[in-house]
Write a protein that binds this ligand. Structure first.
Ligand SMILES: *Cc1c(COP(=O)(O)O)cnc(C)c1O
Length: 389
């Protein structure tokens, strides 16, 4: 039986998979089970920060594999402590809690917000504002945080206490703060699953001021935008705001499951013994991968990300068959005149692998994709968009 058949028969039917079986890869190249070569433009949805089987990353992960693959959180372990220190030094955060996914990082952020409220505002200040068209995860609580009705259907009752405001509409946020007993707003700075839509800078600054005015926490979901993806280590660092909590995951460990919740001055002492935990959280292998990734996200790499981003915007904006280009850094959404699914499958035929976000083509290439490969990919997208408008 083919792998595709076995998968269809035995794996839960939750994913609409492309008709493509990835076998292996090397940097920005991936190969299917028949050896056909593709340029990877999605990095496993912003996960493989340095592409497939990066040798530096492999060395770091492998060394840890030979030392200790897991220990319980009842003991100290070096990779977890080192990674937390690095993240704090690079962001100004004071404490880090590690989990295994984006949804768990957000669950932690939500628990921190409610804990903080019960200590400083009162237990009834449990409401959390999130934005319409956002995405925060698939657990019952992070689904409730996700401001899109389509995700809520069938799963009610969801966790209570989420209020949705309009993105880029300060009045809507202020109304939500005024009319509910709130403790926080949680938002992505670039709505990824929602269509790669960056929030306006004025709006983000305004939300930050409203958080001060209403004594609410500013929680930034950097699960997708973080770890160099947007041209700064975390996207908030380019928005000139000081969040109280930052969640991240996807690209942090370069391809291993990890989630992290960063707590800043106001929130650093909310989590106390027995209030939260995770068996796998802070896993030494995942942390060793993440240390290697964070070490390499330096100014040189970040300026390359910005340069590549500018190249994509400059080349595709206004091109024949392309309606708009949106995003930040190497998190890019492309609105095409022709049907996006048709364009996507033509791209795959021609050996490049973008994905979709809503009605857009989405690019999340490895941050270190060689310029030449990026250029030839963008030429293919340009040509396909023009021929299929
Ligand atoms: C992917 C994503 C999540 C969920 O992460 P998982 O690891 O799938 O749980 C949450 N928030 C944002 C912004 C994401 O892009």
């Amino acid at each position: 039986m083919s792998i595709k058949k076995i998968d269809k028969e035995y794996v839960a039917n939750t994913y609409g998979r492309f008709d493509l079986q990835i076998d292996h890869g090397n940097g920005a190249y991936v190969y299917d089970n028949e050896g056909k070569e593709y340029i990877d433009l999605s990095s496993g949805i912003a996960v493989n920060t340095f592409g497939m089987c990066d040798p530096v990353w492999i060395k770091a992960v492998e060394a840890q594999l030979h030392k200790c693959q897991h220990t319980s959180n009842l003991y100290y372990s070096e990779p977890c402590a080192t990674l937390a220190k690095m993240l704090c030094e690079r962001t100004g955060a004071k404490k880090v809690f590690f989990g295994n996914s984006g949804a768990e990082a957000n669950e932690c952020a939500i628990k921190v917000a409610r804990l903080w409220a019960s200590e400083s505002k009162g237990e009834d200040y449990y409401h959390i504002v999130t934005l319409k068209n956002s995405f925060h995860g698939r657990t019952i609580t992070t689904l409730a945080a996700t401001g899109q009705d389509v995700f809520h259907k069938y799963f009610n009752p969801l966790t209570e206490g989420f209020v949705y405001a309009e993105a880029n509409n300060l009045e809507s946020v202020e109304k939500a703060f005024k009319e509910n007993k709130c403790c926080a707003i949680v938002m992505e700075l670039v709505q990824g699953e929602g269509g790669v839509l960056p929030l306006n800078r004025d709006f983000v600054e305004g939300v930050s001021l409203l958080c001060q005015k209403y004594n609410n926490l500013l929680v930034i979901d950097e699960v997708q935008t973080g770890n160099g993806r947007c041209g700064t280590l975390y996207a908030y660092q380019s928005y000139g705001i000081s969040p109280d909590v930052v969640s991240t995951a996807k690209g942090l460990a370069g391809g291993l499951p990890i989630g992290a919740c960063l707590m800043f001055d106001k929130t650093e002492s909310t989590l106390k013994p027995s209030l939260h935990g995770s068996t796998f959280g802070g896993n030494p292998i995942a942390c060793a991968g993440a240390i290697s990734v964070i070490e390499r996200i330096d100014d040189t790499l970040l300026s390359e990300v910005k340069e590549k981003s500018k190249y994509i915007f400059d080349t595709l904006s206004g091109a024949d068959g392309i309606k708009s280009v949106s995003g930040l850094g190497l998190m890019i959404g492309i609105e095409t005149e022709g049907d996006v699914s048709v364009i996507l499958s033509k791209c795959m035929e021609k050996g490049i692998l973008p994905i979709k976000a809503k009605n857009k083509l989405r690019l999340l290439p490895p941050l270190n994709i060689p310029f030449e490969l990026l250029k030839s990919s963008i030429e293919i997208i340009k040509e396909v968009a023009k021929d299929n408008k």
